[in-house]
Design a protein around this ligand. Structure first.
Ligand code: CAO
Length: 541
């Protein structure tokens, strides 16, 4: 096993350069000419290609470090052949050719003397090759005021990425190229409305790779006075200013593969250079925005509002439970077509019976509330109406019929809403259920529930009876198919056929998943439940 130390090759004149990108992960395999890292001097950005195929063992430099010719930069476990030529980061032959040709083009550009506005056809200068190259970016939009030297578009060949700067200042009135098109020297790029009297100049900025993959960046001016390469300030359709795009070929390629417009990616590298990580972070951010936007199945997100403009505010972080509740509620509300069925149960006798249990309850140390009867009655109703004890399978092709009866109970705690589950309620009596309610509600409020205490529910009870209200529409705790909301019992006059009689009525609100349960099923379930609550003798049957 041969370990090769890779060193900084000839920098083509630069004394020191910054390492701005480590392009390979240690442990990854590299082929000859794969870019190992990107260096940057004041004038040029250079990919350092691997002279050796093998496994990159480690880097001997870090991003941000400064290196010079001969410095060791990486260790490679050599596999296969070594590059036959020495890697040198000199100006490539192609770039030189581009420079020479560009000068010729510029010499031929005519000078306009007129003071009137005229149309000017903008063409691709000689790019030093007869091959078609791809337009990877059109940097101008119709209506843009372009300064001489502004980037019109970016071309990419197998070996080079080239900014094509504008030979004229003017207003873009027509664009004749599209991204993805393949063009060559002399191709028509755009039509500008130009102010006459401008000395036309042309420049070509090439960020080019030679045969060994090295990249150099050169600006070649061709007129008597060297035109400054302006920072492009293209105006997007919405009138929004875009940033100059400063990125190497590898990053441009990645951006194109991911469909990212580099003008939207903030660069974190030296002088704002866009790095691969910047593109990845941009994509991650965009995806999470998309998740937010589509978590409502295409429903547009609620806009962010600065409430401080209306008065004093404070921002408080949600607890874990609150966040989970929010996400579960939204998920359930959006997934489950809800219907809520209302009825009142006459619990006059139930309440008398419950009061009669108080003394014994004190002896046992158990407090019996209406909730215990409701949970028992729900269990019996689930047994009698098994369609409420089903869950729709995730694929929507089947349902799961449960043969156990566990009832979840919403508990209001300082940290948020939790739903412990009372297991096998149909096998338990009122004392046992009451003890379970007290124990689980206590654990919930102390934040001591175990995950297993909150799993396996078939149906949920949400009792707001101790708090008040005449009715509400609870959200189904999917994949359960029903939830019973209970409001505060009240004495009300009930017509007994010949007189009004004061009765204690308990408002019940049954929400259900209409994909699995029909209205008639819900009516039967509710009627059964109301009968059990109104005459608890039926609970014994
Ligand atoms: N009508 C009138 N009074 C009622 C009642 C009702 N429907 N339900 C309970 N009460 C009474 C009880 O009888 C008790 O009074 P007594 O001590 O005089 O008998 C009193 O209200 C207090 O009850 P409690 O809240 O201590 O106990 P509980 O068994 O009624 O409820 C629990 C337990 C855990 C369900 C409840 O404490 C709780 O947290 N409820 C909130 C549930 C919730 O947040 N739901 C919304 C979820 S979705 O948004």
């Amino acid at each position: 096993m041969a370990i090769e130390i890779i060193t900084v090759p000839d920098l083509g004149g630069a004394e020191t350069v910054d390492v701005i990108e480590l392009s390979v992960q240690p442990g990854e395999t590299v082929e000859i000419e794969d870019s190992l890292l990107v260096l940057e001097s004041d004038k040029a950005t250079m990919d350092v290609p691997s002279p050796q195929s093998g496994i990159l063992l480690k880097y001997l430099v870090t991003e941000g470090s400064t290196v010079q010719v001969g410095d060791a930069i990486a260790e490679i476990e050599a596999v296969g052949e070594q590059a036959s030529t020495t890697v040198e980061l000199t100006e490539s032959a192609e770039v030189k050719s581009i420079q020479a040709e560009t000068e010729t083009v510029a010499d031929n550009i005519e000078k306009e003397e007129s003071d009137t506005l005229s149309e000017q056809l903008i063409i691709v200068p000689d790019i030093g090759s007869d091959d078609d190259v791809e337009v990877i970016e059109v940097s101008i939009a119709i209506g843009d005021q372009v300064a001489q030297g502004d980037t019109l578009m970016v071309l990419e060949s197998d070996k080079a990425t080239m900014d094509v700067p504008s030979s004229h200042a003017g207003k873009v009135i027509k664009i004749l190229v599209t991204e993805g098109a393949r063009i060559r020297s002399g191709a028509e790029v755009a039509i500008f409305e130009v102010n006459a009297g401008v000395v036309a100049q042309s420049a070509l900025v090439a960020e080019s790779s030679n045969a060994t993959g090295e990249t150099v960046k050169e600006t070649n001016s061709v007129a008597e006075e060297k035109p400054q390469k302006q920072q492009p300030t293209p105006i997007a359709e919405g009138g929004q200013e875009l940033n100059d795009v400063y990125a190497g070929p590898a990053v441009r390629l990645l951006a194109r593969e991911l469909g990212v417009s580099l003008s939207k990616v903030p660069g974190s590298g030296p002088r704002g250079r866009i790095q691969k990580d910047d593109v990845n972070s941009y994509v991650k951010g965009a995806l999470s925005q998309l998740d937010l936007a589509t978590s409502g199945q295409g429903i547009p997100p609620i806009p962010a509002i600065d409430f401080a403009q209306f008065g004093e505010i404070e921002t408080v972080k949600l607890s874990k439970i609150q966040k989970l509740t929010a996400s579960n509620m939204q998920r359930n509300w959006l997934n489950v077509p809800h219907v809520t069925h209302f009825d009142d149960a006459d619990i006059t006798e139930l309440e008398e019976f419950r009061q009669s249990l108080k003394r014994e309850g004190e002896k046992r140390g158990i407090r019996v509330t209406p909730v215990a009867f409701l949970i028992k009655a729900i269990g019996a109703s689930l047994q009698a109406n098994p369609e409420f004890n089903r869950s729709l399978a995730a694929d929507g092709d089947s349902y799961i019929q449960k043969h156990y009866i566990n009832v979840g109970m919403a508990v209001d705690t300082p940290r948020g809403l939790v739903v412990p589950v009372i297991k096998d309620v149909n096998e338990k009596g009122i004392w046992e259920i009451s003890a379970d309610i007290a124990a689980l509600a206590g654990l919930a409020r102390e934040g001591k529930l175990k995950a297993s205490d909150m799993r396996g529910g078939c149906f949920t009870l949400s009792s707001l009876g101790a708090i008040g209200g005449t009715g509400f529409t609870p959200i189904v705790n999917a994949p359960e198919s029903g939830i019973l909301g209970v409001s505060k019992s009240q004495m009300k006059p009930v017509w007994y056929g010949h007189e009004f009689v004061p009765r204690l009525l308990l408002p019940l609100c049954l929400s259900y998943d209409h994909r699995l349960i029909n209205g008639a099923d819900a009516g039967r379930f509710m009627t059964h439940l109301v009968r059990l609550c109104s005459d608890i003798r039926y609970l014994a049957l």
